[in-house]
Write a new protein. Structure first.
Ligand code: FAD
Ligand code: FAD
Ligand code: FMN
Ligand code: FMN
Ligand code: FES
Ligand code: FES
Lengths: 334, 240, 334, 240
């Protein structure tokens, strides 16, 4: 059942067409234009720059990132040169990426609603295809007290402010660390978001048995990679059931099959980060090749054939069988 | 070795010179010369160090700032936390090899020298420092029975001047197929130029500020290359 | 540095002394008294019965539990014979466990605050050492709409009601799927909880690439095992920083070293569940032996020597070094 | 094999009798006779089935309810999802073995018979069913060239009666070291009693309602034992 016709892997996210559905996640390889270009050359449809903040940040002290066996945990603390300096880097990156037909997504974060707006306006000068609004970094203490992604009101307020500050389409990046991510998604959709990135890392902690100390200097950090996948799939499924916005499904995608699962859960396209560690620098091209092979072996034509299938339910002809009563039940009734 | 820091114990702490010690640990590591590990001291910091020997695992640490000072304060029996090995390392094979080390760069080169000899290479070493008191691993290289060319800036041992001054004529002599180097950035820069002039292939071990050590955070970039993942050893093409 | 004197692994949780710090987590091996006895014989200090509800529940249809490579995910749907029938099973279990000196913890759940109280009163008749109040099962739709563990008010209301309905000490089981678990812990502590179990599973989803369907028949399920450990360590650390209650630290403990990490994060004792799959039926005795060896090799005397060390901070003599400015910063300033 | 269900394709669908088919899959599994897999059909259910052959992987399914009906509706080329193998399986070694099967129990016993023969055992089989139309795998056992004792309740083939009636005298004959059995609970109960009377060791494969299949949920308990993990094969001690 190999497919003979051409396979189209391009896809749309918030009005932007990407040549491939793979998006380099924010924070991977930092802010460097040359590294973003390097990532773009390995099969990305878009690359996301490291989150930048209004003022420069040195980030946390080491250890900042650890491969703990089931993925990574990191607390970089958003080291970045600050929005004003970042613009030059983004402009350079945009130029390099344009030559490759790969979109640039500029990630921003800030401590207050107003600063989110100002930062969006600043980075807009570099002309990124999209702005990613990072309201979900678990590793920085903001003057706001908690992540903006923790509350529907705060998330909506940031979204409104950013939308009022730039004409570039905006995707809002959500956190899995909330009781009901669908309600946050509805709030940012109502506030005008053009898309959603789901998810940022899940807060966790490694403890060193020998010393008893947390391993990351910051104490807690964000879990990414393999361990995050089922959390991300659940969040993407719940968000796409709740709102019509396109979602950059991100979290634990390490293989082409993982990408198929993420698209099946409803993602418009697929973010990739930690795979760079588990599969090496060519992770994106490996995933892209595996995705292509998977699609062509099944005679599919493109991403529309697999996207959102997790929402179909058991189907009309499905037979629903019931489990028998539990053992204790039978026994105690006997 | 796991990617998570493992507490290893110091079985020895060798004072190499006034500001440099070698930590000898109760562990063997399957590593190639030129690879490095991240060393962690809880409450202090985590920093990269070249592997000075794999079995027992050894690191040679010069006291230059807060982390290295804390490492110097360790005693026999104390734990230090290690993750790795990371990076690519030097190529090992037969041939005529010149090893050029500045400061603690001598340590990983000594590990390399032993592997090169096992592989049947002809090896000579050039080691440089400010004074004879700063020269490292002279005895160990001597113990391998290979020619060692020393250079000190104050002329207190070997040729007066920098290691690059000693290396330049050796490279020009046509006696070597490959230059292996580890040391300060300025030295590596000068050696890279010499390699290009003399058409001798070079493998130079560089440094950069590291966070993850595993090629994801981008902290250690040098010209679109990641020192932790693509390096720390980078090649200068030879041929001509 | 091997320790010569006797090592004391007993510990206190909510006024109950346990011979070992290992607690069989709720739901493992179900409600059967003979299986609870079997678990008790493998080194447990306490065993927790499967959560029972006011009315019997058949549970969800299969697939209900999958080992996905980094732990388990399950959506059993709380199959149980109902509190009235469960009492007989618990009485039998209590009798078997008493002979072994192992404590019985009876887990309960309900749809309303009132039913939580009624169920607590019913199972109290069997005389368990503790009642575990499960307000955090991710796999059942309650008439309450969301998990009681999602809101400080709801969690406190359940705690107060249960405390008013029984004289047996109560531990409340919390969910990681909240923005701020410390605030929930403070609420249940203020409402009179005698201890906290942390954590229940983290909601996730597996998707089958081939069919595009969620693998669990229930769609979403709860993540346990290896992938849960850093989330559990973080929650236990945050809870024990916030309240003085003893915590049954549960989530991803597979080895003696994992148990040391959980105790270091502040746990009074350590819950074990999924380890039964990764390490086999003797998981608890393996973990206990490893814990003993770890303690004796370091010359420690017992659990107090390792508990709560993650809270010590960097210490007085600690040297704090700062990372250098980020590359982009240097460059753009040059 | 992974613990997560994998979609395998039917390369054949053999009609064994009016209510039983064998699914032949495009996959080989490293499994022991007596082990089982969980078969999943999305939207329907997931149920345990004994492995009827490992290479190619085969399952023999009798139509009795919703899941088995959905499995019968599959055609060549269709996918079915498999996780496993799980459970302990039968012991395989030389010796004199009697295999007793009721209904689809014949399928895993056929896999066992082949392995026992490879191990140098002497094997005889006793198969029972209601009518000759219900008897399964008679040809396959015959094809192995080993003695097959059939029993049908209506007497349409072999001895009239149940398989237990045929097995009882064989066990009593002293010709066998071990009884291997798979079939309905009532048959296993009767056979267990015969084993105890005749002091022949028995290895009986039982069933129970399964959820996890991996020994954690407790659904499949039989007298403090978990059928999925401790079984499905349970021993009756021989000796005497
Ligand atoms: C791959 C690799 C291998 C290494 N191997 C060894 C080794 O074998 N032995 C050894 O002693 N050290 C080695 N280092 C250096 C080591 O990692 C530490 O940087 C060193 O110990 C300084 O740490 P500190 O906290 O003691 O002092 P710091 O305060 O961090 O630095 C001390 C001095 O170095 C300067 N410095 C710090 N960072 C930078 C930078 N990014 N660029 C320029 N100057 C800087 C500071 O200004 C200061 O003068 C290696 C580094 C790398 C990247
Ligand atoms: C280890 C093991 C190996 C198995 N191997 C095979 C095999 O090789 N081939 C095969 O066809 N089947 C096998 N089964 C049985 C199989 O798993 C299914 O139970 C069977 O297919 C029925 O599923 P269903 O949905 O089609 O019908 P269901 O509706 O589930 O059941 C059909 C009939 O079985 C009865 N039943 C269901 N559950 C129970 C129970 N717990 N106790 C008593 N009666 C019950 C029902 O009342 C009904 O009469 C095995 C079971 C186990 C545990
Ligand atoms: C080292 C590292 C740094 C990260 N930095 C950022 C960041 O600056 N901004 C952001 O929004 N996400 C950041 N993330 C989160 C990723 O963008 C992504 O959401 C997460 O890693 C999950 O995807 P993955 O499992 O494919 O890695 C970072 C992740 C890692 C591993
Ligand atoms: C199959 C299964 C069933 C479970 N059933 C329950 C339950 O009934 N009540 C409950 O409070 N927790 C239940 N849990 C959660 C466990 O008690 C425990 O909190 C979780 O598995 C984390 O611990 P672990 O990583 O050691 O498994 C169940 C977990 C599993 C794997
Ligand atoms: S240190 Fe993180 S990429 Fe090199
Ligand atoms: S089916 Fe879950 S324990 Fe056997």
């Amino acid at each position: 059942m190999r497919h003979s016709g051409p396979i189209d892997l391009s896809c749309m996210i918030a009005g932007v067409r990407l040549p491939t559905p793979l998006v380099l996640a924010s924070g991977i390889w930092g802010t460097s234009p040359t590294l973003l270009e390097r990532a773009a050359r390995t099969g990305a449809g878009a690359v996301t720059s490291k989150t930048c903040t209004p003022a420069p940040r040195r980030g946390h002290r080491n250890p900042t990132a650890i491969d703990w066996g089931h993925g990574l945990i990191n607390a970089m603390g958003l080291p970045n040169p600050g929005a004003a300096e970042e613009v030059a880097l983004l402009r350079d990156a945009a130029r390099r990426l344009a030559a490759l037909g790969v979109a640039l997504i500029a990630s921003i974060a800030a401590d207050t609603v107003e600063e989110f707006g100002r930062t969006a306006a600043i980075v807009s000068d570099a002309g990124p295809a999209l702005i990613e609004v990072n309201i979900s970094c678990p590793n920085v203490e903001s003057s706001h007290g908690e992540m903006f992604a923790s509350s529907a009101e705060a998330a909506a307020a940031v979204t409104r402010q950013v939308k009022a500050s730039t004409s570039i389409p905006c995707v809002v990046k959500l956190s899995p660390n909330v009781a009901d991510i669908a309600s946050i998604a509805r709030a940012v959709a109502a506030a005008g978001a053009d898309g959603i990135t789901a998810i940022n890392t899940m807060p966790g902690m490694l403890v060193d048995a020998e010393s008893g100390a947390p391993i990351l200097a910051h104490g807690t950090g964000g879990i990414s990679g393999a361990a995050l996948k089922p959390i991300a799939l659940r969040c993407v499924h719940e968000i796409t059931a709740a709102v019509g916005l396109p979602v950059i499904g991100t979290g634990g995608v390490l293989t082409g099959t993982d990408a198929v699962e993420m698209l099946s859960a409803g993602a418009a396209c697929v973010g990739v980060g930690s795979a760079i560690v588990s599969r090496g620098e060519h992770a994106l091209s490996l995933i892209l090749e595996e995705l292509k092979t998977w699609i062509s072996e099944r005679g599919y034509h493109g991403l529309d054939d697999i996207r959102g299938r997790s929402h179909r339910g058991a189907g009309a002809g499905a037979i629903i069988t019931n489990p028998p009563p539990v053992p204790g039940w039978e026994k105690s009734r006997a | 070795m796991r990617e998570v820091p493992v507490a290893l114990r110091l079985i020895d702490r060798i004072q190499e010179n006034h500001k440099t010690i070698t930590l000898v640990l109760d562990h063997a590591l399957d590593a190639r010369p030129g690879q490095f590990c991240m060393l962690w001291l809880p409450g202090v910091d985590e920093k990269p160090f070249s592997i000075a020997g794999p079995d027992p695992l050894m690191f040679t640490v010069s006291r230059v700032g807060p982390f290295s000072e804390a490492a110097h304060a360790l005693s026999k029996g104390d734990p230090i936390w290690v993750r790795g090995p990371f990076g690519t390392g030097w190529s090992v094979g037969p041939g005529r090899a010149l090893l050029a080390g500045g400061g603690y760069g001598a340590a990983p080169l000594y590990f390399l020298a032993r592997r090169l000899r096992e592989a049947g290479a002809e090896v000579e070493a050039a080691l440089g420092a400010r004074t004879s008191a700063d020269l490292l691993f002279m005895d160990r290289f001597g113990g391998l029975g290979l020619p060692v060319h020393a250079a000190t800036e104050d002329g207190s041992m070997g040729a007066p001047g920098r290691v690059t001054d000693v290396v330049a004529p050796l490279l020009g002599s046509g006696r070597f197929d490959r230059l292996y180097a580890c040391g300060p950035e300025a030295m590596l820069k000068a050696l890279e130029a010499r390699c290009r002039e003399t058409h001798v292939a070079g493998e130079l071990s560089h440094e950069a500020y590291m966070r993850c050590g595993v090629g994801i955070c981008g902290s250690c970039e040098r010209d679109a290359r990641l020192v932790c993942m693509d390096g720390p050893v980078f090649s200068v093409p030879g041929g001509g």
